[in-house]
Design a protein around this ligand. Structure first.
Ligand code: GDP
Ligand code: MG
Length: 244
């Protein structure tokens, strides 16, 4: 009888002790192996045409806004400084499936930045839907690029050009129609983030203006911090997956 009464107590004691051991273990693990970025960092930048992909790549390479970037189509490769690391950056146009597959298989990105802006809403939605289909369990990403899949940790939805869509009123005093459009679009795109959970990919959402140099660094830092997180922490983030 006495034994039966002791049992729950003993179990509680063991649970507490285990918790303590785990906390101490993770503390020491952090001391010995602090979160760090992969040595050869690779990031793919996708999205519809004219959303600012090339401008972002130049910004990361040179640290400033390039006003007159030549119009580009297809894929471009850059070496850019991202935080303290030199990273391989590949931009690809969102409407081209083959290109996306090629970039994923080729550079096996740790992070993907998907850029949108205030114009061509339906194109962004199409591009994003295509992207999500690729990433889903049934998608090409899951079936064809296992090596790529194992490295991808974070997807950042970057809503660029907020200098255009954020002001409530336009210069002529009329209401800015883009503001509501972008808010609705972002909400609808974010709903599809569930597909990323399958591969423990974290979904981040940020707004920025490359032109005003506002929140570009901040957005990229968030992305890098997430890539640098230990796998166990990232898995936890991916399963809760509330965009910040
Ligand atoms: N207003 C505004 N224009 C921008 C911003 N970022 C890029 N652009 C412009 O958007 C256009 C398309 O940029 P680009 O980098 O060529 O887009 P890509 O086709 O996605 O590579 C260019 O004229 C850029 O100057 C921004 O933050 N605000
Ligand atoms: Mg371009």
């Amino acid at each position: 009888m006495a034994n039966l009464q002791m049992w729950p107590k003993l179990q509680r004691l063991c649970d507490n002790a285990l918790q303590e051991v785990n906390a101490t273990k993770s503390f020491f693990r952090r001391m010995v192996w602090p979160a760090s970025l992969p040595y050869e960092l690779t990031i793919a930048v996708g999205g519809w045409g004219k959303t600012g992909k090339t401008t972002l790549a130049y910004y990361l390479r040179d640290g400033s806004f390039h006003k007159d970037v030549a119009r580009t189509t297809g894929r471009e490769d850059f070496e850019g400084k991202v935080g303290t690391r030199t990273a391989k950056l590949s931009t690809y146009q969102g409407e081209w499936e083959g290109l996306f597959r090629e970039v994923l298989a080729d550079i096996r990105p740790h992070g993907i930045v998907f850029m949108v802006d205030h114009e061509n809403r339906s194109s962004h939605e199409d591009g994003w839907a295509l992207f999500c289909r690729f990433i889903s369990r049934q998608g090409i990403f899951a079936r064809k690029s296992r090596r790529a899949r194992s490295r991808l940790s974070t997807v950042l939805l970057l809503i660029n050009k907020h200098d255009e869509w954020r002001p409530r009123t336009r210069r002529d005093g009329s209401e800015n129609p883009y503001r509501k459009e972008v808010e609705e679009m972002t909400a609808s795109l974010s709903q599809q983030r569930e597909v990323f959970k399958v591969f423990d990919v974290v979904f981040l959402r940020q707004e920025c203006s490359l032109l005003l140099d506002d929140n570009v660094g901040g957005s990229i830092t968030r992305l890098l911090k997430c890539i640098a997180r230990p796998t166990s922490e990232r898995k936890q983030m991916a399963s809760s997956n509330t965009p910040d």
